[in-house]
Design a protein around this ligand. Structure first.
Ligand code: FCB
Length: 451
């Protein structure tokens, strides 16, 4: 069995974060309000009323955080750029202080020998755009491309590859269909235009990046979908769910078409949302890389609620993270091999842009944080990744979620995903045992390749 040390010599090791989850400084240096500031302030929206107002205070402490990355020996760091820092009202009016922050961060990373991999949109839409309908409004796609041009013009001389969107599926479902995340809209299937407009935004932004000679990626949340039983009703439900979660956000990019969504009562133009030429824009000349965010597989059964063509069934007999998510490392191999089988030559090189787990970490009296569950989660998933590579999938890198414990959206500060423990009272950073483990793995992989 291949294992994580067998990964190719040019394999890139990284870690990921997102702006609203770590930066804090929400009112500083001209940043405008985002949908997350507004949503988190709503009573009952986030567990214990937590907000990202301070988060990890990374806006001020980024030199310390870059030093932590350097200590790990990372090749790359995936972070996101807060659109409302660059364009406080989403359109027009660029805020130079916002650009300056990312300029400093990029330079600090390069000085530490780390390649920056920015994500342009990780869910923190400027509130002013939400007031105009957010991603339900087609204009947001154009505003996104304009913002992309401003950022690329400033950082494109030092940043080769860019991720346009983070998890448009999760953003559509949690933000617009169920209202669990910002902007907190519960439109159920009427949320579908938010899928198309995000993808259109991707396509327009991708063209802006390509015009500047930059590489384009997207980070999709993908899951291998397993029917609960072999009963044809469960299999049919699993096919419908796979179309919604995986294919809706990947087929248009790689194949230039939407999947069959008839199980949801939708036709090819998603109820009049898709205009002629859109799919050509979305697929463009293709992606330079597909970012895959993987946490767990999904088990699907025949519908129980008349409004949806599927229901979710629990995955039994496996460990669970502190968040309650099932731990199934081989699901990552299954997912990657499944993408390779499904898309063949249309699949660009893959990078795992997120993978990790929440653990209820608490420092011991001597101050150390031992997190064996995270180490075993990471080891299992990296071995599964190596198995997928051995089966022929071109995977170029692994970015773990996350560098730091941070603001986990609707869960506030309750879920800890970091390799580094953060005391949110004092902002003290303490590398956990998993930090040392990841550092040693990266070093061992390099030593093998060099030797
Ligand atoms: C992903 C998000 C990321 C983080 C992890 C745990 O869906 O992209 O911001 O919250 O989940």
């Amino acid at each position: 069995m291949p294992n994580r040390l067998d990964l190719p010599s040019d394999f890139r090791w990284g870690a990921s974060t997102a702006a609203y989850q770590i930066e804090g400084a929400v009112d500083e240096d001209g940043r405008g309000p985002s949908v997350w500031d507004v949503f988190a302030a709503r009573p009952g929206a986030v567990r214990d009323g937590h907000t990202g107002a301070v988060a990890c205070d990374h806006y001020h402490r980024y030199p310390e955080d870059v030093a932590l990355m350097q200590g790990l020996g990372l090749d790359g760091y995936r972070f996101s750029i807060a659109w409302p820092r660059i364009r406080p009202t989403g359109a027009g009016g660029t805020n130079p202080a916002g650009l300056d922050f990312y300029d400093r961060l990029v330079d600090a990373l390069l000085e530490a020998g780390i390649t920056p991999l920015p994500t342009l949109f990780h869910w923190d839409l400027p509130q002013a755009l939400e007031d105009e309908g957010g991603w339900l409004n087609r204009d947001s796609a154009h505003r996104f491309a304009e913002y992309t041009a401003v950022v690329a013009d400033r950082l494109g001389d030092r940043v080769p590859a860019w991720i346009t969107l983070n998890e448009p599926f999760v953003h559509m479902v949690y933000g617009y269909a169920l209202g669990i995340h910002a902007p907190g809209r519960a439109l159920l299937l009427d949320a579908l235009p938010a899928a198309h407009h995000q993808l259109l935004g991707h396509g327009l932004a991708a063209a802006v990046l390509r015009e500047r000679g930059l590489q384009v990626m997207i980070a999709n949340n993908l899951t291998p979908v397993r029917p609960a039983t072999e009963d044809p009703a469960d299999v049919e439900a699993a096919t419908a769910y796979d179309a919604l979660h995986n294919r809706l956000f990947t087929d248009p990019l790689l194949l230039g078409q939407y999947p069959d969504l008839s199980a949801f009562g939708l036709d090819e133009d998603l109820g009049g949302t898709v205009r002629p030429g859109d799919l050509k824009l979305i697929s463009g000349p293709g992606l330079d890389g597909l970012g895959v965010n993987y946490y767990n597989p999904t088990r699907i059964a025949a519908p129980t609620d008349p409004g949806l063509p599927f229901s979710e069934a629990p995955i039994e007999g496996v460990p669970r993270t502190a968040f309650g998510w099932p731990v199934v490392p081989d699901g990552l191999r299954e997912l990657l091999v499944g993408l390779h089988d499904r898309y063949g030559a249309a699949l660009p090189p893959v990078t795992v842009t997120e993978n990790g787990c929440s653990v209820a970490d608490t420092p011991a009296p001597d101050g150390t944080v031992d997190d064996p569950d995270r180490i075993s989660y990471l080891a299992g998933h990296l071995d599964a990744l190596a198995a997928a590579v051995a089966q022929g999938v071109d995977v170029r890198g692994y970015f773990t979620w996350s560098l730091l414990d941070n603001y986990e959206w609707a869960e506030g500060y309750h879920q800890r995903f970091g390799l580094v423990h953060v005391d949110f009272e004092t902002q003290r950073r303490t590398p956990k045992a998993s930090y040392a483990w990841y550092r040693d793995l990266i070093a061992a992989h390099r030593a093998l390749q060099d030797g």
